[in-house]
Design a protein around this ligand. Structure first.
Ligand code: NAP
Length: 321
């Protein structure tokens, strides 16, 4: 029988790559969108999946809206990827971020519980939940100390997932993903912004790259490989939580240097703008992906310079100036 997967946040980077992966694996994919009005089909078109998804309007803050979808499709798997996904944006919209990112997963789990469905649920958790860490690399047992409204919302969603698993035996998995990038990343995110702006500087349509604190380190990976881990995590007999990361961190300053050198841009085109610094910032963060590699048989071998090469080349091909 054909497997049915619901994906919330399907228009985003991960939702689009995951939809492609599931379609290739013969799933019927139901994409949940907040509204048909102003729906952005660009990512679907880019991946060639535009007419292969069934789209449904679903307000994840409205319990009955989710119940209706679950009754209509009885999905085998439900990937909850919708969310206000920007850490910086969460300082500007703390209430909206915390409300949406926690209430949505609670509504989904409660709906599945009340309808007594066997649906397997994936919750998009984040490495940001760890925040202030004493020991690196972090792993699945590292205590959480979130440092932003976004991180607090994700920590809350993570514990809600665990609580429904332990209290009601629901199949719920937390994928604790570290930063992962692709051509489909939204333009306000650091690496996409660096590459786009660098291309604009190169063609003369921009003069300078404005950035916030770049003397911090992060663990970055490649989004198409990370959605594979999401799917694998729902194929296990027993639900569990998995950390998905590359295993090493890199200075944001070194990323800019690499992109500038790749494109032949002078280093004086960089401006560090202290007004863009966040109120609190994680200095360094990288994870240990042993559990995902051993238990999920997830394979990840790309260095972040490999990923940067892919991202720069893809951006050059699609750059319209
Ligand atoms: P993304 O590109 O920003 O996509 C976010 C998705 O959520 C979009 O489809 C967006 O819909 C939807 N959304 C946002 N606010 C919503 C709201 N109020 N109501 C309904 N839908 C809403 O994010 P992503 O990179 O694919 O990430 C997917 C998930 O993984 C997110 O929950 C994110 O927090 C989490 N995560 C991402 C990373 C990463 O590095 N990418 C790392 C850890 C965790 P619209 O198109 O309508 O705006």
């Amino acid at each position: 029988m054909m497997k049915i997967a619901c994906i919330s946040g399907i228009t985003g980077q991960d939702g689009s790559y995951l939809a492609k992966l599931l379609i290739e694996n013969n799933y019927k994919v139901i994409g949940l969108v907040r509204s048909y009005n102003n729906l952005n089909y660009e990512n679907f078109k880019y991946l060639g999946i535009n007419n292969k998804i069934t789209l449904e309007e679903c307000d994840l803050l409205d319990f009955s809206s989710i119940i209706n979808i679950l009754i209509k499709y009885s999905p085998t798997e439900f990937y909850n990827l919708a969310g206000q996904s920007s850490v910086g944006g969460s300082f500007e919209q703390p209430i909206g971020t915390i409300n949406f990112n926690t209430q949505s997963i609670l509504n989904i789990l409660e709906s599945v519980r009340l309808l007594k469905l066997d649906t397997r649920i994936y919750q998009a958790s984040s490495s940001e939940m760890f925040g202030e860490v004493k020991v690196l690399p972090v792993n699945e047992t590292t205590p959480l100390h979130p440092l932003s409204p976004y991180a607090i919302s994700k920590a809350s969603g993570y514990w809600i997932g665990i609580n429904y698993r332990e209290s009601y035996n629901l199949y719920c998995v937390n994928g604790i993903l570290f930063n992962h990038e692709s051509y489909l990343r939204r333009p306000n995110f650091f690496i996409k912004k660096v590459i786009r702006t660098s291309l604009e500087i190169k063609n003369g349509s921009n003069k300078i790259l404005h950035v916030g604190n770049i003397d911090i380190k992060r663990d970055f990976g490649y989004a198409p490989d990370y959605v594979m881990a999401m799917w694998l995590s729902l194929q296990q007999d027993i639900p569990d939580d998995y950390l998905i990361c590359s295993g090493e961190s890199i200075y944001l300053r070194d990323i800019i240097k690499y992109v500038f050198d790749y494109l032949g841009i002078s280093h004086d085109k960089l401006f560090v703008d202290k007004t863009l610094f966040r109120p609190t910032e994680i200095k360094d963060m990288y994870g240990d992906n042993t559990k995902a590699r051993v238990s999920l048989k997830w394979e990840y071998t790309k260095s972040f310079y490999n990923v940067l090469d892919i991202l720069i080349e893809e951006e050059i091909i699609n750059f319209k100036g």
